[in-house]
Design a protein around this ligand. Structure first.
Ligand code: ADP
Ligand code: MG
Length: 626
């Protein structure tokens, strides 16, 4: 904002429309947990102190360089006044206008957007949004903010509002660096002038703020102030982690998991990371961006640092603090810093280990995790260049034997015959299709369990997931079951088959009918229940690769397939016995081919089958009537 459009002294300046809307909701809110306004003001004070620390890493030329960082809360019962004061970065007159005249920040904007849809409900859950500075209007008749910026040549300025539609600006008169928020407390909110009540609220919502919060004249901070992550994990109780998480994210549920690291080599690091039970809980959290809070020697360097975990794991939240990061590290140079790469490796490996442990110790919780975040891990396998195999134990799959359940690769192998050479998977578009898919015939008969992969990301994952515990992953569509795993010979022998000449004749008729729609037609002994199937010709890219191509390039044409016929199947035997030129042949053979396309998810136009199916039905009914 330039000097010329800064509003004149004393004049009422209108708030932006959305700010008015928010004020209106807050002023008239019947929300009972009004105490959260204090959490918001303390959080602003703490942010202001953290920002000053950051500035002072490189710039000692600030106003009042030697006053200690602190937050002080004073109540004056007689005057009905509550003052929250900090020695942070402060605001110039322009900054007061920019920061307090609009709601560009915080969950407030999201809140207002959501409120326009369902005002009633939202007024009840204000506390779960980071509504920010304006929440003070729940308890205020009027608010006066007096501030002195850290910039040496700045002048103190004051901002005042009553919850009506305008605010005013004045000269400030504060000498000391920092900000005072002076709240004239409403008649029905006088509880917040009581020091023991204030102490209770600070303890409840702001215990982990890292700067001391003093109440009244006390020289004892009211908050524990410890950087929890800098404590020894042995000394921290589980409840403290949960409290810390809730104060950090405003999630009202406990985290799904937490993990605390204190590491000395190859880099010194403290880290405390969490996973939400349900990311929905965080939609309006002040932690609205992905990333971890990064501290260098207790100074907040970055509020949302995304350089500490690979992107596919950025659903973790928490804090990382290192003594080894140079203090002059800037937000920009963080990315190229050598220590950062070490920290990232440490945090990433720990996050993965913690997830693996959860999978072993609490499968139910892990399922909950997998159903929420599993997709991301599959993407991770697909894109991770640095040892993607570290992610394999985290994967879960449906199988043909348990279409609704989840199994890990380890569990699959435990159930499988130790001699089984591969981990078999079915790749398709619809899990139900596994039941009809001809490639599954032999596996069903041999009772070999098959993983069912139907996510669009699965073929990409498979490009890197080629082997696990020495067993290769093999597509049932391309598997050649070794003799030991194939169905017993006797079972097949009982089934009558077509005579060799009939079979040869049948193949010719199929070839004539399908022409260049197929690469070739031949028989197979791999099928049981199914009459026919499509397979890739020798040397063609396998199905996984084809799918990847198709998803990356819409123009990509799937290579032509080979049609394989099961000469022992009733339908094929009947076809083989039809007299030459019987019109039923074309009808049945066309539909048979269409069926093989359908189960592969390759039929270009399924509706086109309707007419043919009607002809088949008519034929059936006619023959019954005879
Ligand atoms: P948020 O904290 O999410 O940005 P708020 O509504 O709480 O949103 O605060 C709006 C802005 O006002 C802050 O981003 C900050 O720039 C400024 N601000 C509020 N309180 C202070 C303070 N005590 N010291 C310095 N700046 C402050
Ligand atoms: Mg805030």
């Amino acid at each position: 904002m330039t000097e010329s459009n800064i509003p004149l002294e004393g004049e009422g300046i209108p708030f932006k429309a959305e700010t008015q809307q928010l004020l209106n909701i807050l002023v008239h809110s019947l929300y009972t947990e009004r105490e959260i306004f204090l959490r918001e003001l303390i959080s602003n004070a703490s942010d202001a102190l953290a920002r000053l620390d950051f500035v002072m890493l490189t710039d000692r030329d600030v106003h009042d360089p030697d006053i200690p960082p602190e937050i002080r809360i004073r109540a004056d019962q007689d005057a009905g006044l509550l003052v929250i004061e900090d020695t942070g970065i402060g605001m110039t007159r322009e900054e007061l206008v920019d920061n307090l005249g609009t709601i560009a920040h915080s969950g407030a904007k999201a809140f207002v957007e959501a409120a326009s849809e369902s005002e009633q409900n939202l007024a009840e859950i204000i506390g779960q949004f980071g509504v920010g500075f304006y929440s003070a209007f729940m308890v205020a008749d009027s608010i006066r903010v007096v501030s002195r910026s850290y910039r040496p040549d700045a002048e103190s300025a004051a901002w005042m509002a009553t919850g009506e539609d305008t605010y005013t600006l004045e000269a400030g008169g504060r000498e000391k660096r920092g900000t005072e928020v002076r709240i004239h407390i409403k008649e029905d909110a006088r509880e917040f002038l009581d020091e023991s009540r204030l102490r209770q609220v600070v303890k409840r919502h702001s215990d982990f703020i890292q700067y001391p919060i003093y109440i009244g004249d006390s020289e004892e901070p009211a908050n524990r102030q410890t950087a929890l992550w800098r404590q020894s994990p042995r000394e921290v109780e589980a409840e403290a982690y949960q409290e810390f998480y809730k104060q950090l994210t405003l999630d009202f549920s406990d985290p799904l998991l937490h993990t605390h690291m204190v590491v000395d080599a190859p880099a010194q690091m403290y880290a405390l990371i969490f996973l939400a039970q349900d990311p929905q809980n965080l939609v309006f959290s002040p932690r609205k961006e992905p990333g971890l809070k990064l501290y260098a020697r207790k100074v907040l360097i970055q509020e949302f640092c995304t350089e500490l975990l690979p992107q596919y794991l950025n659903f973790f939240d928490g804090v990382v603090d290192s003594e080894d990061l140079p203090l002059n590290v800037s937000r920009e140079s963080v990315q190229s810093n050598r220590v950062m790469a070490l920290l990232k490796r440490l945090v990433t490996n720990k996050a993965i280990d913690t997830l693996r442990e959860l999978g072993q110790t609490d499968p139910e919780k892990y399922t909950n995790f997998w159903e929420t975040y599993g997709q991301r891990l599959k993407e991770g396998v697909a894109i991770e260049q640095d040892q993607p195999e570290k992610l394999f134990p985290l994967l879960r799959f449906h199988t043909d034997q348990e279409l609704d359940g989840w199994t890990s690769l380890d569990e699959y192998l435990e159930r499988a015959d130790p001699d089984q050479e591969s981990i078999y998977y079915f790749l398709g578009e619809d899990p139900g299709a596994v039941r009809y898919n001809p490639h599954m015939d032999a596996f069903r008969q041999a009772e070999i369990e098959v993983l069912v992969l139907t996510d669009p990301v699965d073929p990409f994952m498979l490009m890197q997931l080629r082997e696990y515990e020495g067993k290769s992953l093999t597509n049932v569509a391309e598997a050649d079951l070794p003799e030991s795993e194939a169905a017993p010979e006797e079972a097949q022998d009982e089934t009558p088959s077509l005579e060799p000449e009939q079979t040869a004749d049948l193949i010719v008729r199929f070839k004539n009918l399908l022409g260049d729609r197929v690469e070739d037609v031949r028989t197979t002994d791999r099928l049981r229940r199914s009459p026919a199937r499509l397979v890739n010709p020798e040397g063609a890219p396998d199905q996984t690769v084809q799918r990847v191509y198709r998803m990356m390039d819409k123009e990509f044409e799937m290579p032509k397939k080979v049609l394989e016929l099961n000469p022992k199947h009733r339908i094929l035997r009947a076809l083989g016995n039809l007299p030459p030129n019987d019109p039923k042949f074309d009808l049945v053979a066309e539909q048979l081919y269409a069926n093989t396309l359908l189960v592969e998810g390759l039929h270009p136009d399924p509706a086109s089958m309707v007419e043919r199916i009607q002809d088949l039905i008519t034929g059936l009914l006619d023959s019954d009537a005879e």
